[in-house]
Design a protein around this ligand. Structure first.
Ligand SMILES: NC(=O)c1ccc[n+]([C@@H]2O[C@H](COP(=O)([O-])OP(=O)(O)OC[C@H]3O[C@@H](n4cnc5c(N)ncnc54)[C@H](OP(=O)(O)O)[C@@H]3O)[C@@H](O)[C@H]2O)c1
Length: 276
């Protein structure tokens, strides 16, 4: 599977499973745990989580799914903006590590920009990196102007930016993604199915039928065809976890990519970054 090199030298896989909305209800917890375990059995190389998801419970589920495995996937987690102070970031990361039952998070992100100065958060990230508790750090929900500000503080170590990006939300195509590409910084595309809404679009359904795949697989294969882009679809169902993973085997022809561009045109001018 394709991966992108981060400042630590490690590679971030181009595909993984998301965990937002997991850990919010005890009645569906077994199903969520089963979906993550199944994803790992299939070979999903990455899990994306955050202290926010289920207020720590999603990280607990991930920790339980990882327990006893010989090989562990690449782990991404995120700190709440209100925790992202010099000492708060470190304490939040240590709590996440305990819940995940890990000694190191591979990529630790600031979930979105808050009131605490970025310089403080980056200082804490750097201390976490030096102590081995995280391997790389980055940001999330940063538009181009935020990225420029972040890069002015630290132009070597910011490893990635996780933003809303999918066929029906192509705003980053205009300037954010090109800016990141020139710096070889991967864009983690969250809500790659637009939380399921994209799958109802008739154009997507028609093109998927022509390709011979499902609409979700087409949406994911399109993201995977974009250089520098990582996709992290979430599912709590075994069938969908398997369906989404199979998107990795779909190569889209130039003709299909052009058809998708006509149905879901890239922006012609700057659009403010969408946030969910
Ligand atoms: N950094 C941020 O601010 C941020 C924001 C949003 C998301 N994220 C991350 O990105 C991950 C993915 O985004 P997301 O969870 O918002 O949305 P998503 O992955 O676009 O969509 C998830 C939704 O689609 C359904 N689904 C999944 N596969 C499907 C398939 N093959 N066919 C039909 N429906 C399918 C899921 O239902 P079932 O579970 O029932 O299958 C779920 O309701 C999150 O889980 C999280 O890790 C980050």
């Amino acid at each position: 599977m394709r991966s992108y090199k981060l400042p630590s030298g490690a590679g971030i896989p181009a595909f993984g499973i998301g965990t937002w909305r997991m850990g919010e209800s005890a009645s569906v917890r077994p199903r969520e745990l089963d979906a993550i375990r199944y994803a790992l059995d299939l070979g999903y190389p990455m899990i994306d989580t955050a202290e926010m998801y289920g207020e720590g419970e999603a990280e607990e589920i991930v920790g339980e799914a990882l327990a006893g495995r010989a090989r562990r996937p690449f782990i991404v987690s995120k700190v709440y903006p209100h925790n992202a102070s010099r000492s708060g970031t470190i304490a939040a990361c240590e709590r996440s590590l305990r819940r995940l039952r890990l000694e190191r998070i591979d990529l630790y992100l600031l979930h979105w920009r808050g009131e605490i100065p970025l310089a403080e958060t980056f200082e804490a990230f750097e201390r976490l990196r030096e102590s081995g508790k995280i391997a790389d750090f980055g940001v999330s929900n940063f538009d181009r102007d935020d990225m420029e500000e972040a890069a002015a503080l630290d132009d070597r170590r910011i490893a990635a930016n996780q933003v809303l990006y999918c066929l029906s939300r192509r705003g980053p195509d205009f300037d954010l993604l090109p800016w990141m590409r020139t710096r070889s910084m991967p864009l983690m595309a969250y809500s790659p199915l637009d939380q399921g809404r994209l799958l109802a679009k008739s154009a997507l359904r028609k093109i998927a039928a022509d390709v011979g795949c499902t609409p979700a697989q087409l949406a994911l294969a399109w993201l995977l065809a974009q250089p520098g882009v990582v996709a992290i679809p979430k599912s709590s169902s075994r069938e969908r976890v398997k369906e989404n993973f199979a998107a990795l085997d779909i190569a889209l022809s130039p003709g299909i990519l052009a058809e998708l561009d006509r149905a879901f045109p890239p922006p012609r001018r700057k659009q403010a970054l969408d946030i969910l």
